[in-house]
Design a protein around this ligand. Structure first.
Ligand SMILES: *[C@@H]1O[C@H](CO)[C@@H](O)[C@H](O)[C@H]1NC(C)=O
Ligand SMILES: *[C@@H]1O[C@H](CO)[C@@H](O)[C@H](O)[C@H]1NC(C)=O
Ligand SMILES: *[C@@H]1O[C@H](CO)[C@@H](O)[C@H](O)[C@H]1NC(C)=O
Ligand SMILES: *[C@@H]1O[C@H](CO)[C@@H](O)[C@H](O)[C@H]1NC(C)=O
Ligand SMILES: *[C@@H]1O[C@H](CO)[C@@H](O)[C@H](O)[C@H]1NC(C)=O
Length: 251
């Protein structure tokens, strides 16, 4: 075969390949990384588009699944059905597929479920998968909550904010301040830009000289499915209160 013929063959081959590939192209939008803890659940915010879509996805009774990167070569083999099936977490699509929403919940997590996950749609006529994955990190411990303390001046009302992620929105963490410094605490659930959620506890109080060098703790208490005992994580801060500035005028 001459080089020229080979090049022509390659061209034909690649155009066949691209024609098959282009029949339906699935594009999935998911966060790059998500973190949850063993015994909890995890909400995966997910939206998708299909270009060159030939059928209405919800009407085609699709099989939608998430596949693990590390088990890739084993799917669709007998070995998989027999021995690896139990390595897959329980996953449920809770989004409306008709609205191109593939938001899913993983339940009963363990650290062995940490992996790259790919969303896959299988209809009677095609199987679609995006090469973009979400990396899921399931750990046995929690990261510290995030604490924001503004400049504290004696007598000036301020907010101390403590935020913890809520990877499993059906079982959100309880975020508390201790001691509460005689102030009011408000809890808020916030939706982040990537579709994940967080819970904040906002402590509104009036600093006084008695609070100077006092240690306050923010504690986030995460309920777990598996055990009766919740998982705790905390962050302590030492307050520094500035004195009221007495100007020449007020003296
Ligand atoms: C789907 O298409 C819409 C309109 O073109 C676009 O705004 C959106 O970002 C796309 N979503 C994904 C997941 O690619
Ligand atoms: C996708 O579905 C989830 C679960 O029902 C919902 O909370 C979320 O708001 C939906 N996202 C969009 C963009 O509609
Ligand atoms: C949850 O996981 C544990 C161990 O990982 C297993 O023993 C249990 O059967 C699972 N529960 C459900 C409801 O899948
Ligand atoms: C997974 O999360 C834990 C706790 O947040 C962190 O220590 C660890 O580095 C993360 N691992 C990866 C691979 O991101
Ligand atoms: C403190 O938080 C409360 C409640 O969220 C808010 O109404 C108030 O404006 C905040 N005050 C300051 C100084 O940020």
């Amino acid at each position: 075969m001459t080089l020229r013929m080979f090049a022509a063959d390659l061209l034909v081959f690649s155009s066949i390949l691209s024609a098959a590939w282009c029949q339906s192209v699935l594009k999935v939008s998911v966060p790059k990384t998500l973190i949850s803890t063993s015994g909890s659940c995890l909400l995966i915010p997910c939206l998708f588009n299909i270009s060159k879509e030939k059928e209405n996805i919800p009407d085609s009774s699709p099989v939608v699944t998430w596949r693990r990167g590390s088990l890739w070569k084993l799917y669709d083999t007998d070995d998989f059905t027999n021995t690896h099936h139990q390595m897959e977490p329980v996953m449920e699509v809770v989004g409306d597929l008709g609205k191109k929403n593939c938001t899913s919940v993983m339940r009963n997590l363990s650290s062995q479920h940490s992996d790259r996950y790919y969303f896959r749609i299988e209809t009677k006529t095609s199987t679609m998968i995006d090469t973009k994955a979400v990396y899921i990190n399931v750990s046995d411990s929690l990261a510290e909550p995030d604490v924001t303390v503004p400049v504290l001046r004696e007598g000036e009302k301020v907010n101390l904010t403590c935020t913890a992620p809520a990877p499993c929105p059906s079982h959100p963490p309880n975020v508390i301040w201790a001691p509460a410094l005689g102030g009011d605490v408000t809890q808020r659930t916030r939706m982040n830009a990537d579709g994940t959620q967080s819970v904040s506890a906002i402590l509104n109080f009036i600093p006084s000289f008695q609070h100077h060098e006092l240690k306050v703790n923010c504690v986030s208490i995460h309920p777990l499915h598996r055990e009766d005992k919740p998982l705790l994580s905390h962050k302590s801060v030492i307050l520094s209160v500035e004195c009221e500035i007495l100007t020449q005028h007020s003296l």
